[in-house]
Design a protein. Structure first.
Length: 763
């Protein structure tokens, strides 16, 4: 209804004051009475709290006196002999009574016997039980018709040999002292509940009423009562009641009633006028500040102009300082959010924003990712700070080239750039010149540093890219350049493949293992000395229901990268054991060779899995390990291979000759078999260099005590040469293709008793 603050303030203050006057006029007397009663009640509460503080102070004093007395050597000695010599204990108690100036003193022994002065009142059994159970150690205590503030202290020598109970009387003098703490005439009484009535033990007034019939002394119509529960030591209901006459409380207030009413009426008129002018002086600068806040929302940080020197003026100056600070912090935060802290180069977010704003009239926009070779080694050599300075200096060099956006640091060793070219060939040429200029020597931290770099690039918008980020494509292109040992590489979508589909392929593989869609095939090994088949190699096959037959060289590396190689290996070993048992049941007992991934060699999980399968005939298998698999962690790998050898599991060195073979590793590996890679058999002739290398390899294997297996045998000439060179075993398509287990059993049974090697090969 009233939208202006000025009007609302005036009406609010005037109406509030008028409402107060009307309320006073209508309920003047009850208000004054209530205020007077409240004031009196407050004084009673303050007196009650004073009693509480006095009670705590006296309890503390009693506890200190009792504690000191309980630790006195002579007193403890008397207590220790109390059961034998109660007279001495009673005398010591009387001396303590007089020395510390208490009104009562008792000694309670662990057997429940109470030692006290002859004239002392008897202690309640409930109190003795609580003391012995450590349920109480201080509080009010009622003996006969008197109340005491009491404290109990254990007597230790060093075990508990009794309790010392001392107390001070709560009498009329204490009640009068309590009543005198306030200027108003109050009356203090101490009541104890006994049976169905209340007993008055002490009061500040002269008159004493010993028993009161009602539960507590009810407040009379002309007095205010403050009733406080007093902590009891023996379980009695003890209360302190403070009372104050209402008539005395109201007397000072009555004379003010007339003056208050008259003053209020005059004040109402003055307040209405003053509130209007006050609201006007407040709302004008507030409106200015409100307009300034709307300007800040729009990015306008101009200061407000308010010249007053009062709080509003100080508020305006503070507002201007805040606006300046916000503007500065906004610039700083924005800069930090869009720049690399180490080099002050733009970061990836800044680079992405810049790419969205780039527009060219001709040609294509390309995104490049330039990577510093051996950056981690350089950083370790010159330090992190100098490495950051190096990247910043390279960014400065790149700014000298004509680019569409400022060079940005995409990661530790990668700088992103954007440039225009009319074709991919022109982009390669331009990027090559940029990398060449970037590789010129530079000095960082008084050190001359020579660097080399590689670069990958991708078009900002490519039809084949889908929703892929161009910066990501450029970074992937850099990885492709590094893998191919090329200086410059464009993003190759076909080589990169489909990572999402590959990830889903691993889920399909796990489901295929569970459902049996993946299976093993076996390729037999022909013993060239005996003419018998004395081993097979197990190979994994996976016919995918949607993607067709997936080669092992596709899904096995993916399983290694994603960590699913464990599940695949465990399944292969378990299935190989089953197939070996099936062969043995068919009368074809022979060793089954299983390929073990180099990613697992040295992994404790492989040892645990071998231990789980150890009792299931694992020694009937053979682990084929590539020589390069031990190079990542040679010590751990060799230790694990020796452990397998000790468990009776034969080790075969697979693909020997396919890579950079090391005689040092070959000597250390506890292997029983050496498999020659099929690459050494390609184009094999009787008098060629390959034959000489093959003979040397066979002799080397025999010299190290290993059988030599040649894989990939595909023609009879190679088989004859291998037999002539003394090779022990051969496998390949000439002998048999990898076949499922039923076909393998049939093949072996048909060829087991043949003697002519030429008849043993698969047709």
């Amino acid at each position: 209804m009233f939208t202006r603050l000025r009007t609302r303030l005036t009406l609010f203050y005037g109406g509030l004051f008028g409402l107060a006057l009307a309320f006073i006029a209508a309920f003047l007397y009850p208000m004054v009475s209530a205020q007077a009663l409240k004031s009196a009640k407050g004084q009673l509460e303050a007196t009650s709290k004073a009693f509480e503080r006095i009670e705590a102070l006296q309890t503390h004093q009693l506890r200190e006196s009792a504690g000191i007395s309980a630790t006195d050597f002579g007193f403890r000695s008397a207590v220790a002999m109390a059961e034998i010599d109660p007279v001495t204990a009673r005398t010591a108690l009387a001396n303590l009574h007089r020395r510390i100036g208490v009104d009562i003193a008792y000694l309670i022994l662990p057997n429940g016997v109470v030692v006290s002065e002859p004239s002392a009142a008897e202690l309640p059994p409930e109190l003795i039980a609580k003391l012995m159970a450590d349920e109480t150690d201080h509080g009010a205590l009622v003996l006969e018709r008197s109340a005491y503030r009491a404290v109990a202290a254990p007597v230790l020598a060093p075990d508990n040999i009794g309790w010392l109970l001392v107390g001070a009387r709560l009498d009329d003098a204490q009640m009068r002292s309590l009543a005198s703490l306030t200027a108003i005439p109050i009356e203090a009484e101490l009541l104890v509940h006994r049976g169905s009535s209340w007993m008055l033990t002490a009061r500040s007034a002269e008159k004493r009423v010993e028993d009161v019939d009602q539960k507590a002394r009810a407040p009379e119509n002309d007095a205010i009562i403050e009733d406080r529960q007093v902590a009891s030591m023996d379980g009695n209901d003890i209360r302190l009641q403070l009372s104050f006459p209402i008539a005395v409380a109201l007397a000072p207030m009555m004379s003010l009633l007339g003056i208050l009413l008259a003053t209020g009426l005059v004040g109402l008129a003055i307040l209405g006028v003053a509130a209007w002018f006050l609201a006007r002086s407040i709302t004008r600068p507030i409106a200015v500040l409100e307009a300034a806040t709307r300007r800040i929302e729009d990015g306008d940080y101009s200061p407000v102009q308010i010249q007053s020197r009062d709080e509003i003026g100080r508020l305006a100056r503070g507002f201007n300082m805040m606006v300046n600070t916000i503007e500065e912090r906004t610039r700083t935060i924005t800069h930090q959010a869009l720049h690399d802290r180490e080099t002050d180069l733009p970061n990836r977010q800044h680079f992405e924003r810049a790419l969205h704003e780039v527009v060219v009239e001709s040609g294509y926009i390309y995104v490049g990712a330039i990577g510093i070779d051996r950056y981690s080694q350089i950083r370790d050599a010159i330090g992190y700070s100098n490495a950051a300075s190096l990247v910043a200096a390279l960014g400065g060099r790149l700014r000298e080239r004509q680019m569409l956006a400022a060079p940005a640091r995409l990661s530790g060793d990668i700088i992103g750039i954007a440039f225009v070219a009319r074709s991919e060939a022109e982009a390669v040429l331009w990027l090559g010149e940029t990398v060449t200029a970037l590789e010129l020597p530079l000095e960082v931290g008084r050190q001359r540093i020579d660097i080399t770099a590689k670069a990958g690039f991708a078009r900002l918008s490519e039809p084949s890219a889908g929703g892929q980020n161009p910066i990501d494509r450029a970074s992937i292109a850099l990885d492709q350049a590094r893998k191919a040992h090329r200086k410059i590489a464009a993003f190759d979508a076909d080589a990169y493949g489909d990572p999402v589909a590959n990830l889903s392929l691993m889920g399909d593989m796990l489901r295929a293992l569970a459902s049996g869609s993946i299976f093993l095939v076996h390729q037999p090994k022909l013993n060239l000395r005996t003419g018998e088949y004395d081993g097979v190699e197990a190979l994994v096959r996976w016919p995918h229901p949607e993607r067709g037959h997936i080669r092992p060289d596709i899904f096995v590396p993916m399983a290694e990268e994603t960590g699913h190689i464990r599940e695949l290996t465990e399944w292969v070993l378990a299935q190989a054991l089953k197939d070996q048992a099936t062969l043995a049941a068919a009368g074809l007992s022979m060793r089954v060779s299983v390929n073990i991934s180099g990613r697992l060699l040295g992994d404790p999980w492989l040892e645990q899995m071998v231990d789980r399968l150890a009792g299931k005939g694992l020694d009937k298998l053979c682990f084929e390990i590539t020589e390069t698999a031990v190079m990542n962690d040679p010590d751990r790998a060799m230790t694990q291979l020796r452990l397998f050898a000790e468990k009776g599991i034969p080790i075969s060195i697979d693909d020997y000759g396919a890579g950079l073979s090391s005689l040092a590793y070959l000597k250390m590996m506890p292997a029983q078999e050496l498999k020659i890679d099929r690459g050494l058999l390609a184009g094999l002739t009787a008098n060629g260099r390959d034959t000489f290398l093959l003979r040397s390899t066979i002799d080397l294997g025999h010299g190290l005590g290993m059988k030599v297996v040649a894989e990939g045998v595909e023609d009879t000439q190679a088989l004859a040469i291998l037999q002539g060179l003394g090779c022990d075993l051969a496998q390949g398509y000439l002998i048999s293709r990898p076949v499922p287990l039923p076909d393998l059993i049939r093949f072996l049974k048909e060829n087991t008793h043949q003697t002519n090697h030429s008849l043993r090969v698969s047709q």
